[in-house]
Design a protein around this ligand. Structure first.
Ligand code: C2O
Ligand code: CU
Length: 449
């Protein structure tokens, strides 16, 4: 589906995304007619359609080099790929040792907004800045004036502007994770985003924070959500005019900049109502309008080739109960785990308690329905590797929109049901994307064979 792959950085060095910097050049991939010697010998060349004139299309590879003094990997969050490319140490590959490298190679089957990050010592590695956007462009993108990515993060900074190194502090592990005192967009504290009146912008929000959920309000602007976690969704306005992006989630918006020339519009984050703050100012150029009335062009994206789950009695139904954490239900007999800093449990066991065994197995090709029941005092963005799932219901109420996600926010006391077709064999992680919760036990894998 996707036709071009653009990654921020090939080597594993701290991200250098900057708001002011030009967007990275996409690697182009041109689909067109070509002739190739399929048969060879005396036979004429065959007319085909090809990417960049060759069949099969050019290989896309990323060589990840480790210049850290600790092992690492790269996980391609949300990308449906072969299990061996999934970047999970000890499950899909050996971690890349300091000085080592590993070549990741996969086809981008879905167009959309994805991202990449390490999967080793995540509370530290991702927090220190290892994360980047991976945008797979549509063959026929929707018409916009600009396509902008905001990689949103938060940091715990000291007065010296250096990162506070309290990674994995028990308080962060057992409560809401590591939330920072400084929010950045593309690696800078956001101040102003300059637009032209009448401009149509596709805005890709990617939350790479360890733990924080953002809830952005765009003042008098009327954003339309066109994709969630990279997967197209029927365009709609966000509930309560607030765009919620939990840790690891992505939201693609279409925004018509309807302010008058010179007008400034405050974007605020009021997800935590007592800590509302100004996120960024959208500032309309003083000059003339780009256009009088909104661009008259469709904004719905073409669907990705996802296998449709069949929700009938052939489907495999699994229940996963989330428990533990501060102020939550503690399953019986877990004191020794708590002493080891494992505070969170899936079906009464922390990750370590499962001793390398999957939480369940699914036969390849079968529809799997997972019901998640949150018995903790916190919300959890639950992420499944390797698949996109449809959200079937919340608290027993059918979810009419049926959006596809790879990370679903399960609120306090909430029950969420999702379904996917287990079409890709391998061991796939399923974990909370609050990295401190993952590190403290809220993690497991399921096995598809
Ligand atoms: Cu962003 Cu285990 O994943
Ligand atoms: Cu969690």
């Amino acid at each position: 589906m996707g036709s071009a792959l653009a990654t921020g950085a090939a080597a594993l060095l701290p991200g250098t995304h900057r708001m002011a910097a030009a967007a990275p050049l996409p690697r182009t991939l041109t689909a067109g007619p070509a002739t190739v010697p399929l048969v060879g010998g005396k036979w004429p060349d065959t007319k085909v359609w090809a990417y960049d004139g060759v069949v099969p299309g050019p290989e896309m590879r990323v060589v990840a080099r480790n210049h850290l003094d600790q092992p690492t990997t790269v996980h391609w969050h949300g990308i449906r790929l072969p299990n061996a490319m999934d970047g999970v140490p000890d499950l899909t590959q050996e971690a890349i040792p300091p000085g080592g490298e590993f070549t990741y190679e996969f086809e981008a089957v879905d167009a959309g907004s994805f991202w990449y990050h390490p999967h080793v010592n995540s509370t530290e590695q991702q927090d220190r800045g290892l994360a980047g956007a991976l945008i797979v462009e549509e063959r026929e993108p929707v018409r916009v004036d600009r396509d902008i990515t905001w990689v949103i993060d938060d940091w715990v900074l000291r007065e010296t502007a250096q990162i506070d190194e309290s990674f994995g502090h028990p308080m962060q592990l057992s409560h809401g994770g590591r939330t920072g005192n400084t929010v950045t967009v593309n690696g800078r504290i956001p101040i102003e985003f300059a637009v032209k009146s009448g401009e149509r912008i596709r805005l890709r929000l990617i939350n790479v924070a360890n733990a924080r959920t953002f809830g952005l309000k765009f003042g008098s602007l009327k954003p339309q959500i066109i994709a969630l976690d990279g997967q197209p969704v029927t365009p709609h306005e966000p509930a309560g005019a607030r765009v919620v992006v939990a840790a690891a989630q992505r939201v693609d918006l279409i925004i018509d900049m309807s302010g008058k020339p010179g007008e400034k519009i405050q974007v605020t984050d009021d997800y935590f109502s007592r800590q509302t703050y100004e996120f960024i100012t959208i500032s309309h150029d003083e000059g003339k309008l780009l256009r009088e009335s909104p661009l008259d062009a469709p904004i719905a994206l073409p669907a990705n080739p996802l296998p449709e789950p069949v929700v009938d009695d052939q489907a495999q139904r699994e229940l996963i109960v989330l428990s533990g954490g501060a102020m939550g239900r503690m399953p019986p007999g877990v004191d020794n785990f708590i002493q080891q800093g494992q505070y969170w449990f899936l079906n009464d066991l922390p990750d370590k308690g499962r001793e390398g065994k999957p939480i369940f197995a699914v036969p390849k090709g079968r529809t799997c329905i997972i019901g998640m029941v949150n018995e903790t005092g916190w919300e959890h963005p639950m992420h499944l590797h390797g698949f996109a799932f449809r959200v079937l219901s919340r608290n027993g109420k059918p979810n009419m929109r049926g959006e596809w996600l790879d990370t679903v926010l399960v609120g306090r006391g909430e029950t969420v049901e999702v379904a996917f077709v287990a079409d890709n064999p391998g061991d796939w992680m399923f974990h909370c994307h609050v990295l401190e919760h993952m590190a403290a036990g809220m993690s497991c894998f399921l096995s598809v064979a």
